[in-house]
Design a protein around this ligand. Structure first.
Ligand code: PBG
Length: 312
């Protein structure tokens, strides 16, 4: 009888990437606790972000925080599920009260991949080529190098975007190598971009697990899955983002690392057209303090009203 009770219920979005990530968490949890996988349930939620993709509106149209997590957050708070499994970069810096990102799996490759069916790299794109992305960061970083590119909105899940390329909707796109790898599509990358030049999104490549804050049973369940260096890296990148924002209307890149036991963080903000950008970097032992320091340095360089000046 006892063994048929669910051990834990996971909430996730329904995209192939989200499901692959939820299944990975399920198998790691089953292994860590010696329970059968079928005692860990996966419940799929459609979020505002998913619906906007289907309707082909933009994320800024629907706006608001937690567009990829709201429904999962609510199910977590109501007790319907125990764990929310997310791509950390899709989780707003201001989580609802009562929810906490408690564990992060070891980070996948943090870099962006360049994908094209016609050319080997961004430099080889012909004048005025169509660059498919709905990420304001990727658009700004591409336009910085190639102001002639025409940005084409490119939403939908990873497979949809790859198919759009094959269909000739755009000449090239950028995708997170992490997502491609988790879908066993890493071979689709035409080139892997230098993360110093194309700084990834804060928290890119890391699966995060949300729990109810203060629920010690849940904290114990996820603790064995937490990868300490990834946790520190995501904490510092998200702390930087929180200072800057957290408007999804500002192109922001982050790159953290470890150097001689100290955490390092580089951050970048760009104007929408990529023609103005600021960088800051620092090192430290406290992830939150480091992220806040780099974020404040960027704000000071750009001027706190940079959002209005750049993006009007
Ligand atoms: N916004 C969509 C999204 N959220 C997380 C990933 C990739 C996986 C990750 O960064 O963990 C992607 C797709 C992409 O940017 O290519």
């Amino acid at each position: 009888m006892q063994s048929s009770l669910p051990f834990a219920r996971i909430g996730t979005r329904g995209s192939p990437l989200a499901l692959a990530q939820a299944k990975l968490v399920r198998s790691l949890l089953a292994e860590a606790h010696g329970v059968a996988e079928d005692r860990i349930e996966i419940e799929v939620f459609s979020t505002g972000g998913d619906r906007s993709q289907a309707e082909n509106t933009t994320l800024s149209d629907i706006g608001g925080k937690g567009v990829f997590t709201k429904e999962i957050d609510e199910a977590l708070l109501s007790g319907r599920i125990d764990l929310g499994v997310h791509s950390s970069k899709d989780v707003a810096t201001g989580l609802p009260a009562g929810i906490r990102l408690a564990a992060f799996l070891e980070r996948e490759d943090v870099r962006d991949a360049f994908i094209s069916v016609s050319v080997k790299g961004i430099d080889n794109l012909p004048e005025g080529a169509r660059f498919g992305t709905s990420s304001i960061r990727r658009a700004a970083q591409a336009l910085r190098l190639r102001p002639d590119l025409r940005i084409v909105p490119f939403r939908g899940n990873v497979h949809t975007r790859l198919q759009k390329l094959l269909d000739g909707v755009a000449d090239a796109t950028l995708l997170a190598l992490a997502g491609l790898n988790r879908l066993e599509e890493g071979h689709r990358a035409t080139a892997i971009l230098d993360p110093e030049q194309f700084m990834p999104a804060p928290a890119q490549g890391a699966i995060g697990i949300a729990i109810r804050d203060g629920d010690t049973r849940l904290a114990e369940i996820v603790a064995p899955l937490d990868h300490t260096p990834t946790h520190a890296a995501i904490a510092t990148e998200r702390a930087m983002l929180a200072v800057l924002d957290g408007s999804c209307r500002t192109p922001v890149g982050a790159l953290s690392g470890l150097d001689d036991g100290l955490l390092t963080l580089k951050g970048e903000i760009l104007s929408m057209d990529g023609q103005t950008s600021y960088r800051a970097e620092a090192r430290g032992s406290d992830p939150l303090a480091l992220g806040e320091a780099v974020g404040r340095d960027l704000l000071a360089q750009a001027g706190a009203d940079f959002l209005d000046r750049w993006n009007r």
